[in-house]
Design a protein around this ligand. Sequence first.
Ligand SMILES: *[C@@H]1O[C@H](CO)[C@@H](O)[C@H](O)[C@H]1NC(C)=O
Length: 381
Amino acid sequence: MKSPTCILVGIYILIGQAAAVGVVGTAPGFAASTTGGGSATPQYPADIAELTTWLTDSTARVIVLNKEYNFIGSEGTVTETGCRPASNTCPDDGGQDAINHADWCTNGNAGTGSTSISVTYDAAGVTPINLGSNKSIIGIGSSGVIKGKGLRIANGAENVIIQNIHITDLNPQYIWGGDAITVAGSDLVWVDHCKISLIGRQMFVAGTTASNRVTISNTEFDGVTSWSATCDGHHYWTIYLTGSNDLVTMKGNYIHHTSGRGPKVGSNTLLHAVNNEWYAVSGHAFDVNAGAYVVAEGNVFQNVVTPLLEKVGSLFASPSTSANTACAAYLGHNCQLNAFGSSGTFVGTDTDFFSDFSGKTVATASTASSSIAAAAGVGLI
Ligand SMILES: *[C@@H]1O[C@H](CO)[C@@H](O)[C@H](O)[C@H]1NC(C)=O
């Protein structure tokens, strides 16, 4: 017979666990009304099969990860012909080779002088899990890890929260080895307090169909890699926002040791980049392509060689205290100055798109602060 004390302790632990598990906070900015799995009972998937089932079905779920879910090897490996792109000028010193995805190796994208090579990669990494609607995926402490597979919210799936999860190890040695988080044809996606590391291709991509309201907050984009497309230990393929009707808030993110596309913005995307920190970026942070409408304020650029690669679209880079008052009528606050340390220039004075913010939920802005990095990533909420 169990003693009453044991039973009481057992009940206490159960109650304590249930009370502690749930999404923390709400999304700053455009995706503010995302509810994910709402008040569904938290569930702990036993293994990668159950995790996949729960993520893909059409039931509203709160899915809690308190361990690593390792997909590597679960779908076998593929050996085929890929290429060593011309960009890989350091093959014996950590360059990044490529899988011939969508004929990338053979249609000219690999560059003059690229050569065919045999590539062997993990099959699970190149095909993400296609989520259903109304899901919250939450990690406990820093234990919630998805290894070797990405997440994709697409084709009408919507209302998804991914919080406090580390996604890692998607064939990092290969361009086209996998994307960590993909949004394409969706609405209301909130990625918060996640960490993304060691990815073959994009750490985050909003694809060509309309993704509507997206918030990426307090997330660490860790570009440290032994397979750099720029031959310097920094990951090139960071954040690509190319949706056809997208409203993206990036707030409180820490983007470090990257070399490109952080973010590349285009098509028809309104981006509010506020209070993020870029650190040790050996190439570019922003690439503002045609169709991009970007307000960048209150950010920190520390050791960023090229904060802005090109400005074809529209950019308001919060140039001066007096100019920043133009934000108030549309964003609800005067824009905050960006801060720069040992970084290149970041110039943009466009304001004619500010009315696009009207009627939207716009993130607040604080003074640019060097404490952003310490508050981003997993294990902090
Ligand atoms: C998601 O939740 C909303 C609100 O409860 C509901 O209207 C919708 O049908 C759900 N979507 C799916 C695919 O279950």
